[in-house]
Design a protein around this ligand. Structure first.
Ligand code: UFG
Length: 350
């Protein structure tokens, strides 16, 4: 089975490629490399050779921007002509900074939405109609106090979130245009953190991180002075905001579970939360990181960050029952693995 992974060199992409290869899938990666590193996939190959004694790793890597429809068409054409067609797509390519999306909405709509339209057009042309899409819990917008079910209100509050909703809508319309053909999974990620336990691959933001976990690892490493915790006046036990952190390897395995489900099932479209369902405050995250790694993370409190929610937690019961998947790594492992990656790679992939 040959799977095309768009954006396969990024944080989630590299871990997902590793899981796919471990399960015996043939992998083709396309990536623009504007926000990722070629080295991440070389490292994926290293892990497989080290751990599994696999000499022939079945991965092909190409630099390709999903906005380039001709290049996408050529890619599908060449595989099909060689009798080696692409069977399914895991679509992770896209820009992902909420802050940046507010500053550059046109670029975000172009890359994320136009890129996805191109991909679907080409997939349709070559009758490749199985796709797993990286959606996000951000589409739920400001959440209530309850865990979020997949049928919760969709109310994104920034261009990045609206892009994700637009792509889900696009996939939905595509599915209903020909129900007999398409198999689609929209995976709504909560907060992926951590790294592969080897510390060989991990998250490497290009600039100063916006997200809390890579910020913590850089403060612990002495690269950044201190963490600013946005808000200690939220209506939570310790006053800091609550999220559902999920180990990136559990998230990667969620993609394989969704793909397997699509392969075995009839034509369908599914929206599925990928989270642990476990609530962790920012202070709890910092304290766990400090304790398991025996290292200090200096921090200060500041005002709430604009657009933040108090609590974003998954109801993951659909993933548990329908995908036969469950998250296996706890917060301590997320902190240990993420710190190992930082220690072994003080300058990321550079
Ligand atoms: N936070 C800090 N200090 C920081 C960064 C973050 O206190 O330097 C806090 C935030 O205020 C928030 C929590 O840590 O309360 C988590 O923030 P992140 O930026 O790590 O993650 P978000 O929940 O804001 O957003 C993330 C991704 C989105 C995705 C969303 C899904 O960045 O892309 O999860 O819920 F859509």
């Amino acid at each position: 089975m040959k799977v095309l992974v768009t954006g396969g060199a990024g944080f989630i992409g590299s871990h997902t490629c590793l899981s796919l290869l471990e399960k015996g899938y043939e992998v083709v990666v396309i990536d623009s490399f504007v926000n990722s590193h070629k080295k991440s996939l070389k490292r994926v190959i290293d892990i497989l050779k080290l751990n599994k004694n696999i000499n022939n790793v079945n991965i092909e890597i190409m630099e390709l921007d999903i906005r380039n429809e001709n290049a996408l068409d050529k890619l599908f054409f060449e595989y099909q002509s060689n009798g080696n067609s692409i069977d399914a797509v895991i679509h992770l390519a896209g820009l992902k900074s909420v802050k940046d999306s507010l500053l550059n909405p046109l670029t975000y709509w172009d890359v994320n939405v136009n890129g996805s339209i191109n991909l679907l057009k080409v997939m349709n042309r070559y009758k490749c109609r199985t796709i797993v899409f990286s959606s996000s819990a951000t589409i739920y917008g400001i959440s209530s106090n309850e865990s979020l079910k997949e049928n919760a209100e969709i109310k994104p509050i920034n261009p990045y979130g609206r892009n994700k909703v637009a792509i889900e809508d696009l996939l939905n319309d595509t599915f209903f245009s020909d129900k007999n053909e398409w198999k689609i999974a929209n995976l709504r990620y909560f907060n992926p953190i951590g790294a592969h336990p080897s510390g060989i691959i991990g998250e490497d933001p290009m600039d100063v991180p916006n997200n809390v976990f890579p910020y913590i690892t850089r403060v612990a490493a002495g690269i950044l002075d201190k963490l600013t915790i946005f808000g200690n006046d939220w209506p939570t036990l310790d006053g800091t905001a609550i999220r559902d952190y999920i180990h990136v390897m559990d998230l990667a395995e969620g993609h394989i579970a969704a793909l397997n489900k699509l392969i075995e099932c009839d034509h369908q479209i599914m929206n599925i939360n990928l989270g642990t369902g476990i609530a962790t405050s920012v202070l709890e995250l910092v304290e766990t990181f400090e304790r398991v790694n025996s290292i200090k993370v200096p921090f200060e409190f500041a005002d709430r960050r604009l657009g933040d929610s108090c609590k974003v937690i998954a109801d993951n019961s659909l993933a548990l029952s329908f995908l036969a998947w469950s998250p296996k790594r706890d917060l301590e492992e997320m902190c240990v693995d993420g710190w190992k990656w930082q220690l072994l790679n003080p300058t990321g992939y550079k």
